[in-house]
Ligand binder design. Structure first.
Ligand SMILES: CC(C)(COP(=O)(O)OP(=O)(O)OC[C@H]1O[C@@H](n2cnc3c(N)ncnc32)[C@H](O)[C@@H]1OP(=O)(O)O)[C@@H](O)C(=O)NCCC(=O)NCCS
Length: 320
């Protein structure tokens, strides 16, 4: 197969002046990432186009990971090569060029996550392996379904909710629980009583106060929470985080929270409103329970595969 070295050149998006070329670049990524191609985002992202003449045929898009703990990490958001240019080493060259750019910026590692049901998922996994990224592993499961179907997934749910009620477990929306709940949850994370991944602070501005739930145990103490976000463009409700304290973990308390969330969404938005529940192995038995029960009625479910690569920056560079 013809190699491309001589016919392809790489251009950073900010160097592109022609509107048509920018439009073509936008066609090489998801619509929701379009804002990342615009100039205002320049500081935090790398958008590198592979062009054949003046026509963009491949695009790398990565952005600074929005976490104070990992200021020197980029997240690869999308990598795309136009179908007629595939299997000619273009993604390989694009990746190497991008990794070089990131190293020069002092970025020490890149992470990525992609859906197992993307048509290009296998190709992506092979590409990452070949480029010495960490072996892609399934990290989270996402289950999308109609809220009205949630209760149909098991006849045991009514009994479960009644038992939880008898035990004094209560679910209050963040709105009902009041402002203090975020601070209380954050304090539990800071004190190591709740895991870092459950931290609600990054979701503070995005979360739905109506459908995110605070979970209280029989003694009235905050025992966990579920975060719900409205994804307007995708027309769905998204549950990225759900956590309960260890004593509640084997009692169905978290499952109860998702049932309660679905019920509330159904009341306000109808039975066909869509919800996406995301669960991870770090939720212990709960994740297998979600998979077992909720996947049956899902419209779709997938795994998010994650991988990472260290860019081999000298430590001294990190503290410039
Ligand atoms: C994944 C993708 C970017 C690869 O682009 P590409 O330019 O064809 O990749 P390369 O030619 O550099 O391939 C490098 C290696 O990746 C692997 N690979 C690429 N396409 C593959 C495929 N269809 N099946 C299996 N392995 C594949 C191979 O190991 C290949 O090396 P080889 O050709 O020597 O066997 C491209 O297929 C694509 O744009 N897919 C759709 C978008 C997508 O799913 N992106 C990933 C998630 S954001």
């Amino acid at each position: 197969m013809e190699r491309l070295k001589d016919s392809i050149h790489f251009i950073k998006i900010e160097s592109i002046r022609e509107e048509k070329c920018l439009e073509d670049c936008a066609g090489l990524t998801w619509k929701s990432y379009r804002p990342f191609l615009e100039a205002a985002q320049c500081d935090n992202r790398l958008a590198l186009a592979a062009c054949a003449g003046s026509v963009p045929v491949g695009l790398w898009l990565s952005a600074r990971t929005p976490s104070e703990e990992t200021p020197k990490t980029h997240t690869l958001l999308s990598l795309f090569v136009a179908p007629e240019w595939r299997r000619r080493g273009l993604a390989t060259d694009l990746m190497q060029a991008a990794e070089g750019e990131l190293s020069a910026l002092g970025i020490s590692s890149v992470t990525t996550s992609y859906s197992s049901i993307l048509p290009g998922a296998d190709a992506m996994s092979c590409l990452l392996r070949k480029q010495s990224w960490a072996e892609p592993v399934p990290d989270r499961i996402r289950i999308c379904g109609r809220v009205g179907d949630t209760f149909a997934t098991s006849r045991a749910w009514d009994l479960l909710l009644k038992r939880l009620q008898r035990q004094g477990v209560r679910y209050l929306s963040w709105e009902e629980a009041g402002d203090g709940v975020l601070e209380q949850a954050a304090a539990m994370v800071d004190a190591g009583e709740a895991p870092a991944w459950s931290d609600p602070r990054p979701w503070k501005d995005a979360l739905s106060a109506e459908f995110s739930l605070a979970i209280f145990d029989g003694a009235g103490g905050l025992a966990g929470w579920v975060i719900c976000e409205r994804q307007e463009k995708l027309g769905r409700w998204y549950f990225p985080i759900g956590w309960v304290m260890p004593p509640e973990q084997d009692r169905g308390t978290l499952v109860g929270a998702y049932l309660e969330g679905s019920r509330r969404i159904q009341t306000g938005n109808g039975a066909s409103a869509l919800a996406v529940l995301e669960a991870s192995p770090r939720q212990g038995r709960a994740w297998r329970l979600f998979e077992k029960h909720f996947s049956n009625f899902a419209l779709w479910s997938d795994r998010l595969l994650i991988s990472q690569k260290d860019l081999g920056i000298e430590p001294a560079l990190l503290f410039e």
